[in-house]
Design a protein around this ligand. Structure first.
Ligand code: ASP
Length: 311
């Protein structure tokens, strides 16, 4: 059998209700998703690795102001942008992650550098910034990350105790964390996730996105997973690893395992969100327990979708 290859991406899950967005906005989201998906797919098609594919796709989404990662990251309580990202390779179980980094255009690239060049898995805050500096990362000025609608979102919460998912209820601007999972021509899996976290977050709050096993996980024996949603619940549920465990230890299929985590286990905890996952056969699962999730996938078997709502 020829080894299939496949990629899936997400741009956040949340209260995405049909009709709340203008058609133009909806089109802009779909185009951005399609572009990122195609970028990753082209890497795979050209014989590139799953790691390169997920990194390329996530970088594309980080550079797009529509999503809460890289350029479009939300504001913290202090009015800055603190970003988290992680990446994992399923063949070697090697992983890299950064949290609370500032001024970095593509946190996912830094996460990969942590994996490949630091001898560690997870670097945070000041230390991560020192590492970036050693690798000669250029820092972007605050202006690069300024988006008026993010600023307005923050103004609504500024000075209060609340923090919010950027795509939480009663908002017409619902964007999110980004992620990608891929299976390459050699059957190796990879997953990547990148985020600005939650609007008005404080105290060095870190969500699930940079935590290996919670927001991101990849293992060639099972699947590659990238999550989005209320991070605290994904951390407590060790959500990404749980999908892999259900496959490895209970023999569930990819879609059964992914569905069980999002629609049963996470819901029982009270958590909302979704995930994307791929296995070695090129199967893809993209379950969510919210109204919608920005998502897209493309496989060498001919599957191709770009979706927002539950259809
Ligand atoms: N999971 C992310 C976090 O909690 C947020 C998101 O998915 O948009 O930081």
């Amino acid at each position: 059998m020829i080894q299939p290859f496949a990629i899936a991406i997400h741009g956040g899950a949340g209260t995405l209700v049909r009709g709340m967005m203008t058609p133009d906005k909806e089109r802009a989201y779909k185009e951005a998703l399609k572009l990122a998906m195609q970028k990753g797919f082209d890497v795979l098609k050209g014989g590139g690795t799953a790691m390169d594919a997920v990194e390329q796709a996530v970088m594309e989404l980080e550079d797009c102001p529509l999503f809460n990662a890289g350029k479009g990251s939300v504001f913290t309580a202090e009015g800055i942008h603190e970003m988290d990202a992680s990446i994992m390779e399923g063949k070697t179980l090697k992983a890299g992650a950064v949290s609370l980094v500032t001024g970095i255009k593509n946190p996912i690239a830094l996460a990969r550098d942590v994996m490949e060049k630091s001898g560690h898995v997870f670097l945070a805050g000041e230390g991560a910034m020192k590492f970036a500096n050693r690798l000669n990362y250029r820092l972007e000025a605050d202006a690069y990350f300024f988006e008026q609608f993010r600023y307005d979102q923050w103004q609504e919460l500024k000075g209060t105790e609340s923090f919010e998912l950027d795509h939480s209820q009663k908002r017409d601007s619902k964007f999110g964390t980004v992620g990608a999972v891929a299976c390459d021509r050699s059957g190796t899996l990879a997953a990547a996730t990148s985020t600005g976290g939650m609007t008005n977050k404080r105290y060095g709050r870190v969500g699930d996105s940079p935590i290996i096993g919670s927001g991101t996980y990849a293992n060639n024996r099972t699947c590659a997973v990238s999550c989005t949603g209320s991070g605290e619940y994904f951390i407590r549920g060790v959500a990404a690893y749980d999908v892999s465990c259900l496959m490895e230890y209970k023999g569930l299929s990819l879609s059964e395992a992914a569905g069980e985590v999002i629609n049963a286990r996470l819901l029982e905890l009270g958590g909302d969100g979704g995930l994307i996952a791929v296995d070695m056969q090129g199967n893809i699962a993209m379950p969510f327990n919210t109204e919608g999730m920005y998502r897209a996938c493309k496989t060498s078997l001919g599957q191709e979708t770009v979706l927002i709502y539950s259809d």
